[in-house]
Design a binder for this molecule. Structure first.
Ligand SMILES: [Zn+2]
Length: 502
């Protein structure tokens, strides 16, 4: 980033400037929990949280809300449903996702299962919004007066929506969805709507007249629901994904409906682009093997995961790295941290560092690099690690188990491989290495220099020497930095292996 100001601070300033006279600012975000909330969806909540923190840093009072849009209908049988439940789920299509049993947890409903998982994962990230279940809000009839307004201004809403449509809406279109009291599905038709009363019939044959102040089966359609809730919660800021942000998309129409129908000035809006996994699985929540926030937390420290989002403007997409570039990300963050505590970081870098932290800290924590831990973990030398270092070692272990390319994995040999074949030059060089290591005082740097001395004196190419050493120690042609590997494993053990070279 070359910008002078940090993006979330810019947004905060805009909010303060445009939303005059508020004693408390409302920052909102939300999602329909129709499947696993994946890492791409996480951008919604962290974008909001960063604006919340920026506003708080300016001394403002904030209400930070996260809406679970779980009164939405089940559109299709999700792919993550176990095979033996798929038939059962076909019967649920058209029902609110909050009213369907979870196939994964008998105690929870379909939506709640995914909500609970994500709420749990947000805690270590230091993100604590107030969660609002729209199923509960709707069932408690909280929006009944807004629903009445929408019915009364049906024509004006249609005018707004039709401006962006090729085919105009049907004459009998209503802004409502009604869930049948008998079969719970939305296969309903509104026969009459007046004041707080509607009469409906359902494809199942049921028919009734209800007062929607008393029966929470009526919900506004998305494009009307969104601005209605801005008005209800008095939202000042909300981000939206690229899908909502397209010209004529739901934000465009929501802005107009908010003003025209509910008389409310729409919130400051921030588009965010998608993030994609690199070196992991796909993010799609319907595919059933989406990478969730907890998958991310298995290999990333919370603050480094935050750092990825803090350091990139919301309107830019970026990959969430699961392959070996993760080493670079950790190095980048450690470097930022070092500069921060040595007070040599730029103001922007300072801001990025602070907002990446879950909790502010006064001193630089002890850390071992991700790269070095790859060696420590695989040589069993993690027993003495404590605190942050121990935590990081666990991330490295998980990364090695699940994502690391083969070249990063190794096992220190107890015996040299039986089928090893070494040239005379290689044998000679390894023999010299053995003698060199018997000098116990050799430092890592001295060992490193020795490699090149040995190659020169034996007349062996450097790469032939390294290949031989890695074959003896790891039964592989490559490995982590050799001098560091030798020091980590311990010279004694290496000497024992080298003694077997004949
Ligand atoms: Zn029905």
């Amino acid at each position: 980033m070359t910008d002078k100001f940090f993006w979330a601070d810019d947004i905060a300033e805009k909010i303060i400037k445009e939303k005059v006279g508020k004693s408390e600012y409302v920052c909102a975000c939300g999602i329909s929990p129709s499947g696993t909330i994946h890492m791409g969806n996480f951008r919604e909540v962290i974008t909001t949280e960063l604006v919340v923190r920026a506003l708080k840093d300016k001394g403002k009072k904030i209400r930070f809300i996260y809406s679970w849009d779980d009164y939405d209908r089940l559109r299709k049988v999700p792919m993550n449903i176990p095979e033996n439940k798929k038939k059962e789920f076909e019967n649920y299509i058209g029902m609110p996702i909050s009213e369907i049993p979870s196939p994964f947890d008998k105690k929870l409903d379909y939506a709640r299962y995914f909500e609970a998982q994500f709420e749990k994962d947000l805690k270590p990230m230091g993100i604590k919004p107030k969660f609002i279940r729209q199923s509960e809000m709707n069932k408690k009839c909280k929006y009944s007066s807004l629903i009445k307004t929408a019915i009364e201004k049906r024509k004006e809403i249609m005018d707004v929506l039709n401006k962006y449509r090729k085919e105009p809406l049907d004459e009998n279109w209503t802004p409502l969805e009604v869930y049948c009291e008998k079969c719970k599905k939305d296969a309903t038709k509104i026969l009459n709507a007046k004041g707080y009363e509607i009469e409906y019939s359902c494809a199942c044959g049921f028919r009734n007249k209800i007062d929607f102040r008393k029966k929470g089966i009526v919900k506004l359609k998305w494009r009307v629901d969104w601005p209605a809730r801005w008005f209800y919660e008095k939202v000042d800021f909300e981000p939206g994904g690229a899908d909502h942000s397209a010209p004529g998309g739901s934000f465009d129409t929501a802005k107009k409906i908010s003003k025209k129908i509910f008389g409310y000035n729409p919130p400051i809006y921030q588009l965010y682009e998608w993030v994609r996994p690199k070196g992991g699985k796909e993010f799609s929540s319907s595919s059933g093997n989406a990478l969730s926030l907890s998958d991310g937390l298995e290999v990333y420290e919370p603050e480094i995961l935050r750092y990825l989002f803090v350091g990139t403007r919301p309107n830019k997409g970026f990959p969430i790295i699961f392959d070996d570039e993760i080493i670079k990300i950790y190095e980048e963050f450690d470097e930022l941290e070092r500069k921060y505590f040595e007070k040599i970081a730029t103001p922007l870098e300072n801001r990025i560092y602070e907002l990446s932290l879950v909790k502010m800290r006064k001193t630089k924590p002890e850390k071992t690099s991700f790269r070095h831990l790859i060696t420590l973990v695989q040589t069993g030398k993690t027993k003495n690690l404590k605190g942050k270092e121990k935590e990081r070692a666990e991330k490295v272990r998980n990364w090695l188990d699940n994502y690391a390319p083969e070249e990063f994995k190794f096992k220190v040999q107890d015996k040299i491989p039986e089928d090893i074949s070494l040239s005379d030059g290689q044998k000679k060089a390894l023999n010299e290495l053995k003698f060199a290591l018997k000098n116990k005082n050799l430092t890592e740097e001295e060992i490193y220099n020795k490699f090149y001395d040995i190659c020169a004196s034996v007349g062996l190419k450097n790469n032939e020497f390294f290949t031989a050493a890695y074959n003896v120690i790891l039964n592989k042609n490559r490995g982590p930095r050799l001098a560091n590997l030798i020091m980590t494993i311990g010279k004694e053990k290496i000497i024992k292996l080298l003694e077997q070279v004949r």
